[in-house]
Design a protein around this ligand. Structure first.
Ligand code: HEM
Length: 169
């Protein structure tokens, strides 16, 4: 019975982990593949629809999905009994599965830190959610864009490592 309960919770956390991950990376790709490249093509008088309405809502779901993905991911690794091994990328027991999941988890963690410590504080200035001079706004927008682009690049090996770990025993 205890085993069944553990398995059920591991399943539930895995499900919420993947749901949150899709929400997070889906919005990251929306920003990088759709919103950022479209901005120069939008007439200036229509830009506030993106800057004042769509981007703040997208950023809300984006940053909280990042938290949820990270938290459910750490819980899963703990429930599966390999959190410590994943942190040291499988160097303790030499298991390829732990190297793969550990590598993916580290990349995901760096990406989540980028969201909260670089992208979001800079977006708050760029979108006028907090006070900033015109010069500061331009610098913040560029910094947020570069961190977001970095996360898009990292998302590719991150997802590869995370999904491939499921196929290694
Ligand atoms: C933020 C840091 C992240 C951590 C700490 C983390 C952690 C984990 C762990 C421990 C597993 C293994 C689950 C298991 O063996 O039962 C896993 C699986 C998985 N993760 Fe992540 N993850 C992170 C980010 C992401 C992101 C951003 C996505 C994007 C969709 C994602 C998608 C997946 C998928 C699809 C699986 C495979 C589930 C399965 O096949 O059962 N993860 N993750």
């Amino acid at each position: 019975m205890e085993f069944v309960t553990h398995d059920w919770w591991a399943f539930a956390f895995r499900y919420f982990h993947v749901l949150s991950g899709v929400m997070w990376i889906g919005l990251l790709w929306y920003f990088n593949f759709v919103q950022i490249p479209s901005m120069p093509k939008i007439p200036d008088d229509q830009k506030p629809a993106i800057g004042k309405v769509i981007a703040p809502t997208a950023l809300f779901w984006f940053r909280w999905a990042a938290v949820s993905t990270f938290v459910t991911g750490i819980i899963l690794a703990q429930m599966n009994g390999y959190l410590g091994e994943a942190i040291i990328i499988g160097l303790g027991d030499g298991a390829a599965k732990h190297s793969a999941i550990g590598f993916g988890m580290w990349l995901g963690t760096i990406m989540a830190a980028n969201v909260w410590f670089i992208i979001w504080p800079n977006q708050k200035k760029a979108l006028g959610i907090v006070e900033a001079s015109a010069d500061e706004k331009a610098k913040s927008a560029r910094m947020a864009m570069l961190a977001s682009r970095t996360n898009t690049m990292l998302s590719i090996p991150m997802l590869y490592a995370m999904v491939s770990a499921q196929n290694i025993w």
